[in-house]
Design a protein around this ligand. Sequence first.
Ligand SMILES: Cc1cc2nc3c(=O)[nH]c(=O)nc-3n(C[C@H](O)[C@H](O)[C@H](O)COP(=O)(O)O)c2cc1C
Length: 227
Amino acid sequence: MNTLTKLALGLMGQLKAQPPAGDAQSVVALPPAQTFGGEPLMEALSQRQSQREFRPEPLTPHLLSNLLWAACGVNRPELGGRTAPSAMNAQEVDVYVALPRGLYLYDPKAQDLKLKVARDVRRVTGYQDFVDSAPLDLIFVADHARMKLVPASMRESYASVAAGAMAQNIYLFCASTGVATVVRAWFDRQALTEAMGLSPDHQILLTQTVGYPQGPLQPEPEQSTPR
Ligand SMILES: Cc1cc2nc3c(=O)[nH]c(=O)nc-3n(C[C@H](O)[C@H](O)[C@H](O)COP(=O)(O)O)c2cc1C
């Protein structure tokens, strides 16, 4: 759907999720994340960029698992530490995963996806047309109930910083694996909040599209072995 149509539907309160493509499983187990290998950091930084043209093919389960772990996975199990920082370690930002078959919540501890809405909400995650057909749109959502120790006036900015760190983790992961991504803030907050069925404690901060870049589909790099 083009941007003008989305803007018009948004004004009428009619920008809605679509029926899902296929049956949505209530829990999708992700393969264990591969937490080693990849491009050296300085090379990934050299290649980091926003891209807005995506092939429609779904990401492989391994790639999705690694990508979500890079965003905010558990990297120090003994402490419950994450790959992205959060003020007072409140871990208040959740990553929702909009797939054609449904909207899922990424659970970093279980390394799985929990079904939240059995609808295709991708179209509602942004005014730009590519979000409808890209295979994956992520939504960063702050849960204000987890920020009781943070002064109320600081909660939104602290959570936005945490979401920005996750988004950059994803940019670097994508640069390192040859996957396309763009972080986005231009979306209809009310329509997306309704489509996701969020409560008043929840605040959508950012969205991010991910997919294979346009052009021939490249084979996924071999899984390397840990050092
Ligand atoms: C907070 C924020 C919001 C953004 N929102 C959008 C957006 O809604 N749509 C979009 O296409 N790009 C969006 N971008 C991506 C920027 O346009 C992009 O980072 C900028 O043009 C620089 O390009 P680069 O990322 O390739 O260096 C956003 C970036 C940030 C940091």
